[in-house]
Design a binder for this molecule. Structure first.
Ligand code: KG4
Ligand code: ZN
Length: 333
């Protein structure tokens, strides 16, 4: 299928044209960082208004870049949730109107399912099922068993902050600019990951759940202490990052001990993190499994992954353009 993807769940106004869930003919993303930066975080009302202002042009842009008229499409895929309701409704309303006016099928996609299939964009190998996915974004941290495109099972989740949220909050403690994750990643590259031993959360018996809020608090207390005031920020960033990576890799390791998987898949905005990518690939090699890591442009929010998930889950994602409603709390399964 040739699908137009639309993603407006948070602060990226993203559109894409994707063939067969793999070939990306156009991938357009208008980042709103400059509008949110002075507030130090995403302001939902601003995000929603920017989507409304930009989306129509972003759709035209993707179709033009792909050299595809609307009439040549086989369908429209849109993120229906989870996310910010004011942002989601802009994409959903646009997708419904386009599908209805052009008589095209409409596919509703869970944003997190999009992340799960991002690593297979522009790759020739099909996903080897069952695979184990580590999905780490600004809003979610979870381990998912993917037995088929429609058989998904969450094995572990975060008890509090998501990994990306921990990066963003710790970046603020370090006075880094918004968005914090990439800035902290860059600073950490200049630091010593062993300089400070921040706590690594251990799972309670019988669960693989993770927690990052204790780590963030420990960095805050450290930075307020005399030792912290004298510490190099690069070393604090690298040591914090090493603790996050250790916890994530520990959970993947434990999940591999408990199940049989054909591959390891990394996804979500934090998948762009260089230290996490290195540790993830090393773990896959140790366990003799192929590692699928998305191209950087497909790690953070994008619409190509939404079209990819719609295609792979076509049997269940097809919906009705007259009745689709955005759901900020759309369940994962
Ligand atoms: O998937 P995403 O674009 O949006 C959500 O669905 O949440 O993820 C955004 C998150 C933010 O918390 C951002 O700081 C984090 O991903 N992130 C990173 C890096 N790039 C983005 N975290 C660590 N290192 C990075 N290089
Ligand atoms: Zn996301």
């Amino acid at each position: 299928m040739l699908l137009l993807g639309i993603e407006t769940s948070c602060d990226d106004t993203a559109t894409a044209v994707v063939r067969d869930g793999v070939r990306v003919l156009a991938n357009v993303s208008t980042n709103q960082d400059e509008f949110h930066a002075k507030y130090g975080g995403i302001v939902p009302e601003i995000a929603s208004r920017r989507h409304a202002a930009l989306l129509s042009a972003a759709v035209d842009d993707a179709l033009t870049r792909a050299g595809t008229p609307l009439a040549a499409l086989d369908g429209i895929a849109v993120t229906a949730g989870p996310g910010l309701i004011g942002s989601l409704v802009v994409g959903v309303a646009a997708a419904k109107a386009l599908a209805f006016a052009s008589d095209l099928p409409l596919y509703a996609v869970n944003h997190l399912h999009g992340h799960l299939f991002a690593a297979f964009l522009e790759r020739d190998e099909p996903p080897p099922y069952p695979f184990l996915a580590l999905l780490v974004s600004g809003g979610h941290s979870q381990l998912v068993e993917v037995a088929s495109p429609t058989a998904l099972r969450i094995l572990a989740r975060t008890r509090d902050d998501a990994a990306g949220e921990a990066f963003d909050k710790t970046a603020r403690l370090l006075d880094l600019p918004f968005p914090g994750g990439p800035a902290l990643d860059a600073l950490a590259r200049e630091g010593d990951p062993k300089a400070f031993a921040f706590p690594r959360h251990r799972p309670d018996p019988g669960t693989l759940d993770m927690s990052f809020s204790g780590l963030k608090t420990s960095v805050r207390y450290f930075l307020d202490s005399p030792a912290g005031k004298a510490a190099r920020r690069e070393d604090v960033a690298a040591s914090f990052q090493a603790a996050v990576v250790d916890v994530l890799i520990d959970r993947v390791h434990r999940a591999l001990d408990e199940g049989n998987y054909q591959a390891l898949v990394l996804s979500g905005g934090v998948a762009a993190n260089s230290a996490l990518q290195t540790a993830f690939r090393a773990l896959a090699t140790r366990r003799g499994l192929p590692a699928f890591v998305p191209e950087r442009r497909f790690c953070t929010d994008n619409a190509a992954m939404i079209a990819a998930a719609a295609e792979r889950r076509a049997a269940v994602s097809r919906t009705d353009a007259r009745t689709l409603v955005a759901d900020p709390n759309l369940p994962f399964c």
